[in-house]
Design a protein around this ligand. Structure first.
Ligand SMILES: Nc1ncnc2c1ncn2[C@@H]1O[C@H](COP(=O)(O)OP(=O)(O)OP(=O)(O)O)[C@@H](O)[C@H]1O
Length: 313
């Protein structure tokens, strides 16, 4: 069988995973990741994100399907495949009294790579840790500790970096900081695959987004395209008095009369240049309809999953 085309740093083909208890955690996953892209794997709890990453990184046994990292089969050529991967765990478990430099240099050695101060320096600088290189880990802020985790994962110069829930359990400012770090990695050409529950996180960081639900990859799409599809918002306009039909001049795409004529529901695209709301409100005023209340509703991740699952049935 030929190696993966060079542009795919990760090539997952027809992968399924059945755990020992018979539970099917993944079904027929196909996924190709290009070099240098930031890919977000989005899904609710239990969707199968960790299972997929575990299979790619060799932490779970792959029996159904094939996975290649930079052309190396993760089963037949495990060491070569694994050396291409940097895996960022959620928490730092190394010695708190170790220095930043030494802990990162040690990680490189774990993959049998020769010591290389130039690589460690470049990695620490890329993560703005150079000034802290002689600090013990215990003296670092939460944000810096997270950077150290990334530096450790990058120390052996992997081709692809996995970030499993990079902002789980962190506060808002640290979340922003992590988003910036990923942005900087992108500038440096690192391929990043991250898992998240949060659509805004995927939106912030990713070039492409895959949505996984119930063990199936139900959609893989360029972010801009996905956001266009998912970015619809509902505007509910509660009327003072019910009406039987929409007055002439008010009909338009996305507008419907609901709840026995008591509310107007307008569904619009948040990414569009014009939402049409201002026009709608002025047309309503002109038609003499009195409005009691207006509320908006943004699709939640759950709504989006429901919609996607329905569409993909
Ligand atoms: N070792 C195991 N044996 C049996 N079932 C498992 C095992 N590990 C995971 N599962 C099940 O597989 C499904 C997918 O789990 P996985 O951890 O991959 O989901 P996830 O998308 O990473 O979820 P989360 O966001 O909660 O981390 C879940 O239903 C989980 O209970």
């Amino acid at each position: 069988m030929s190696a993966a085309p060079a542009q795919f740093i990760l090539d997952v083909q027809n992968v399924s995973k059945t755990y020992d208890d018979g539970f099917k955690a993944l079904q027929n996953i196909d996924l190709q990741i290009r070099k240098g892209e930031i890919f977000a794997l989005l899904g609710p709890n239990g969707a199968g994100k960790t299972t997929l990453i575990s299979l790619i990184c060799g932490l779970a046994q792959l029996k159904e399907g094939t996975i290649r990292v930079d052309g190396h089969d993760v089963v037949k050529d495990f060491r070569a495949a694994r050396a291409k991967i940097g895996l960022v765990p959620q928490e730092l478990t190394t010695d708190a009294f170790e220095t930043v430099h030494n802990t990162v240099a040690f990680s490189r050695g774990l993959f049998g790579k020769p010591a290389d101060d130039a690589v460690i320096e470049r990695t620490l600088k890329a993560l703005t840790l150079w000034d802290k290189r002689d600090n013990q880990l215990r003296t670092l802020s939460g944000g810096m500790k997270r950077r150290v985790l990334i530096a450790k994962a990058l120390a052996h110069e992997p081709e692809v970096l996995f970030l499993d829930e990079p902002t789980a359990g962190v506060d808002v400012s640290l979340r922003r900081e992590m988003w910036n770090v990923v942005g900087e990695l992108r500038e440096g050409g690192v391929t990043v695959i991250l898992t998240t529950h949060y659509i805004e996180e995927a939106e912030e960081m990713a070039d492409r987004i895959g949505v996984i639900s119930g063990g199936r990859l139900i959609v893989v799409e360029e972010k801009a395209e996905l956001m266009r599809k998912l970015g619809s918002k509902d505007l509910t306009i509660v009327l003072q008095d019910p009406i039987d039909t929409l007055p002439a001049g008010l009909e338009r795409d996305g507008l419907s009369l609901e709840e026995g004529g008591r509310t107007l529901r307008y569904s619009y695209d948040t990414q569009a240049e014009r939402t049409g709301i201002a026009r709608l409100m002025s047309d309503i005023a002109e038609s003499g309809i009195a409005v009691r209340d207006v509320e908006t509703h943004q699709s939640t991740l759950e709504d989006i999953f429901v919609n996607l699952v329905e569409q993909n049935r």
